[in-house]
Design a protein around this ligand. Structure first.
Ligand SMILES: [Zn+2]
Length: 592
């Protein structure tokens, strides 16, 4: 890691929700890349000083759900040359060249995130067999700290163990898989349904058993949520619900989120606890991905409408769930997901070029270009739903702002989302430009809520960090936190929600992005290119359980096309590997 100097950020309005700071004017101190309470006189003398007077200061942005590395992302790059023509980044003395708008090359992606004030990004879906490819792309991504969620919802071993009621073996397998592939947490995509896609089918409801394994979506969701808490992972189960993208699916989403209720969140990761005012450990047992795509009402595309008010009503009653929004800012997108059948449905509707992959014994995937148009009635409602899920859920600690990049839109459109959330006027202006279904078929037109800068900090930093269990060092600015800070040229005292363009431009081009106490971007320009960390978890389980499980795995491994020795991802594939030990028996911790 590059050595960082000391830094003082003076006089900024600090928004740090995990420490209950709502725009307080204060100084921040960073020593050797980490936030500290103060610097000694000698350190102060040669510290880099940034004058943040009249500016908004937040922890570095944290994206807890984006598709930024791996086989499906690269498939998208390859099948979309048209995506590259008009979005080019020139080489500079410091930076590589790059291209791609919705699916940028890895270099451009790292620079674009950093230039927008984000320092931490998690890849939302890593198929185990594609883990090497995913890590190779993350390795090449500059600046950002990263990690990846392992896709397990249609894995043959998991489905077999859950069907046989072997929950401990399922847990031992998940633990081994996370260690083997340097995965961070458990992702579950269209449970039981993607396996059926191998026979050109899907599952219709939560209680429909799939082919051969005879396991239902409900059993997979419950089983993996239990496995997650047995292992004590930093993040809860991350769920991409069944029936995604279909009218009327809000009920499936709500019923799916009810399945893990009653489980207690048990994050047993071994990390240095920070001194945050609020508890920095998650309280949810299920984290729903891209709620917008699962909050549809109606029964067909003809009577399509928003189901967000109904879904939000459930979220407002429960403490078990966090959602990310998967909002739609209009414009070009590339849809890519492990939900193979959902992508086929989209292909049937659009006739777009479409690629599909079956990842043997593990999962599936599909990729398809998409253009969200203001003139389209359905897209206009999707835009509204993507904002409703953030505005109708009262407690911002239950929500995270994303575009499910690049599914709902590209991450560089986050400033537009912030402007719509902070300004009713911005929403009304856009609603006037798009199809009238936007307000007619949703509740958005009647929503007066305009979120504050504090709430922006919750849904773009503090809560994504806490939800995925990384808030011991990300998403806040208390002592011990990583020195990741974003300074926006936005004076909270003069903030005017009737002037959305100033909000948009401030969030699009921060004055400074600081990573580990070092300025990496200045007004959109990359000025330093340090290497980020790669987080993954190493969960411990009972040795005997692990041995029994390994016997099953070795027996079945003959069906894989790769040899067992080639399956694991070696640590040298990772830049600055940063493992987080989980569930370690107490004796082992003491002996360390
Ligand atoms: Zn996603």
């Amino acid at each position: 890691m590059t050595r960082s100097a000391n830094m003082i950020i003076k006089n900024g309005y600090v928004f740090d929700p995990l420490n209950d700071l709502d725009g307080e004017v204060m100084d921040l101190f960073i020593r050797d890349g980490r936030v500290v309470g103060d610097l000694r006189a000698g350190e102060r003398r040669d510290a880099k000083v940034i004058d943040a007077s009249g500016k908004t200061v937040m922890p570095g942005g944290v994206d807890s759900h984006a598709h930024v590395a791996g086989a499906k992302v690269n498939a998208g790059r390859l099948m979309r040359p048209e995506d590259h023509y008009r979005s080019v980044r020139e080489k500079t003395r410091l930076t590589h060249s790059g291209s791609g708008y919705t699916i940028p090359s890895v270099y451009k992606q790292g620079y674009d995130y950093a230039a927008m004030g984000y320092t931490t990004v998690f890849e939302a879906a890593m198929p185990p067999l594609e883990a090497r490819h995913t890590h190779e792309e993350m390795r090449a991504t500059p600046i950002l700290d990263m990690g990846a969620y392992l896709v397990l919802g249609n894995n043959w071993f998991i489905m077999r163990y859950l069907k046989e009621g072997e929950i401990e073996k399922a847990a031992a397998y998940a633990a081994w898989m996370l260690r083997t592939h340097k995965g961070y947490g458990i992702k579950c995509v269209n449970p039981a349904g993607v396996e059926n896609w191998g026979w050109a089918k899907n599952v219709a409801g939560l209680d429909e058993p799939n082919i051969h394994f005879e396991v239902t979506p409900r059993e997979v969701i419950r089983g993996l949520a239990e496995v997650n808490e047995m292992l004590g992972l930093p993040m809860s189960l991350h769920l991409h619900a069944n029936n995604l993208g279909h009218p009327g699916n809000w009920e499936t989403a709500r019923d799916s989120l009810m399945i893990p209720s009653g489980l207690a969140p048990a994050n047993r990761s071994e990390v240095d606890e920070p001194e945050t005012k609020l508890d920095c450990r998650r309280r949810q047992t299920v984290y729903l991905a891209h709620a917008q795509f699962n909050a549809y009402g109606g029964t067909s595309w003809r009577d399509f409408c928003s189901g967000a008010p109904e879904l939000a009503r459930y979220l407002n009653q429960t403490e078990d769930v966090v959602i990310d929004s998967g909002s739609v800012p209009f414009g070009p997108a590339t849809t890519m997901t492990g939900d193979g059948p959902a992508q086929h449905d989209l292909y049937v509707i659009t006739g777009q070029k479409w690629s599909n992959t079956d990842v043997e014994m593990e999962c599936g995937s599909g990729v398809l270009p998409f253009l969200y148009l203001k003139t389209s009635p359905v897209h206009s409602v999707q835009w509204a739903i993507g904002l409703e899920v953030l505005l109708l859920i009262d407690d911002p600690w239950k929500t995270i702002m994303t575009t499910d990049h690049p599914n709902g839109g590209v991450f560089t459109r986050y400033p537009d989302l912030i402007a719509w959330l902070m300004s009713k006027r911005a929403r009304d202006e856009t609603a006037r430009e798009c199809h009238k279904w936007a307000y007619d078929r949703s509740s958005l037109g009647g929503v007066d809520r305009e979120i504050s800068l504090y709430e922006v900090a919750v849904i773009t930093r503090a809560n994504p960090a806490r939800t995925i269990g990384i808030a011991h060092r990300k998403g806040h600015l208390g002592p011990g936190a990583d020195g990741d800070v974003t300074i926006y040229d936005l004076d909270p005292a003069g903030l005017d929600s009737n002037d959305p363009s100033s909000i948009r431009s401030a969030f699009g081009r921060p004055e400074y992005t600081v990573k580990d106490g070092r300025i990496v971007a200045r007004r959109g320009e990359i000025v330093a290119v340090p290497e980020g960390r790669r987080f993954y978890t190493t969960p411990y389980v009972d040795e005997d359980q692990e041995l029994e499980m390994m016997a099953d795995v070795k027996e079945w491994f003959k069906y894989y096309t790769v040899g067992f020795a080639n399956y694991p991802v070696p640590e040298r594939y990772l830049k600055n590997p940063t493992p987080i030990a989980v569930n370690r028996p107490l004796e082992a911790v003491v002996r360390r």
